[in-house]
Design a protein around this ligand. Structure first.
Ligand code: PLP
Length: 373
């Protein structure tokens, strides 16, 4: 069955107990023991398992074609759990154009704990290969990356990682499983900030890690979920499953609108550079065409000729676009990325990051026109 059909029925059909078409929400934190003292229905306590979380994890696992799927209370919790599953004394190689918060959390929490981190330009597989050491257990990248929308050849990286005795994990938040399936390209794990496109309505924080094999590493992440306790609430799982029903539909519109926005900005005289993998002159365009399908995503970054002041002045005039950080919701957002990242940012101060929503493209172009006038 096609992904679009499967997602519409992602709750598994009407509830057998009541016939309710929309799935029931199980807020209970605790579940009854049977008379023999066991748990005949499988549920004990919501931190360990919950029906809404189980349904979500199953849906996400099938979306990426994995064998195990572990949901978390945020994208960051999922990523930190993945690195926490490495042993102290090990090493990881990461793409240097990465969500700012990921690098910040891992440096603050995992490095002192004993996981060494090396950041390289992952668009060049030779650099990843050169950074591997006998202790390297994980290669972690985003493609498209944040905020430069750089493209990494995931199949090439999977081969390099495996030859070096490491796993490849991909943060697929920008692409979503609708546009890109890293496990099919050779990756061992995929992580998401489900906060973004997967939920799609800017109203639920969440994360997930999906694994190609249900091996000891995947089970360690599962253990960290239950014992670490960074689990999503039943209601957030419910919201996320609801958002997922329209994911293919939304991604089509995000991609079409982002392509229009990127083309418009590319031809604008106030803009010095546009970063969007769908543009033919993007350095990763050919690879993106090969490893993505159905579009190039809804994220666009642009550099403004007027520098920091020009960029801030443009954002200040936004009317349809909302001035806010984050991405992946139905509404278009625009932000001066360096300001959002704060101290330690590597992002140039003339860069605007745009999450292109599903409004009518003409209204978005009109707004950009008056913002850049
Ligand atoms: C937002 C984001 C994260 C972090 O997710 P949170 O839910 O905010 O913790 C990780 N990776 C990428 C690419 C993101 O955009």
């Amino acid at each position: 069955m096609h992904i679009q059909t499967r997602l519409v029925h992602n709750g598994g059909g009407p509830d057998p107990a009541t016939g309710s078409v929309a799935p029931p929400l199980h807020l209970s934190t605790t579940f009854e023991r049977s008379e023999d003292g066991g748990y005949a229905r499988g549920y004990v306590y919501t931190r360990m398992h919950n029906p809404n979380r189980d349904a979500l994890e199953l849906c996400l696992m099938n979306l990426d074609g994995g064998q195990e799927s572990v949901a978390f209370s945020s994208g960051t919790a999922a990523i930190v759990a993945l690195f926490h599953a490495l042993e102290p004394g090990t090493h990881a190689v990461l793409g240097e154009d990465l969500y700012f918060g990921t690098a910040k959390s891992l440096r603050a929490l995992l490095e002192p704990w004993g996981v060494k981190l090396t950041f390289v330009d992952a668009t060049d597989p030779a650099r990843v290969k050169a950074a591997l050491t006998p202790q390297t257990k994980l290669v972690f990248v985003e493609s498209p990356s944040n905020p430069f929308l750089k493209i990494t050849d995931l199949a090439a990286l999977a081969e390099i990682a495996h030859k070096g005795g490491a796993r490849l994990a991909v943060d697929n938040t920008f692409a979503t499983p609708v546009l890109q399936r890293p496990l099919d390209l050779g990756a061992d794990a995929v992580v998401y900030a489900t906060t973004k496109y997967l939920n799609g309505h800017s109203d639920a924080l969440g994360g997930a890690a999906i694994f190609k094999a249900n091996d000891a590493f995947a089970q360690k992440v599962r253990m960290i979920q239950g014992l670490g306790g960074g689990v999503p609430s039943p209601f957030d799982c419910w919201l996320l499953l609801r958002g997922l029903r329209t994911l293919p539909l939304r991604m089509r519109e995000h991609c079409a609108n982002a392509a229009r926005v990127a083309q418009y900005l590319e031809s604008h005289r106030a803009i010095s550079a546009v970063h969007y993998p769908g543009l033919e002159n993007h350095p990763g365009h050919a690879i993106a065409q090969r490893q993505m399908s159905g579009g190039f995503g809804g994220m666009v970054s642009a550099q403004v000729k007027g520098g920091r002041d020009g960029a801030l002045a443009a954002v200040a005039k936004a009317k349809v676009f909302v001035r806010a950080t984050s991405l992946g919701g139905v509404e278009s957002l625009i932000e001066h990325r360096a300001s959002s990242e704060g101290p330690g940012t590597r992002t140039p101060d003339d860069l605007l990051r745009i999450s292109v929503g599903i409004e009518h493209a003409d209204d978005l172009l009109e707004d950009l026109k008056q913002m850049l006038a």
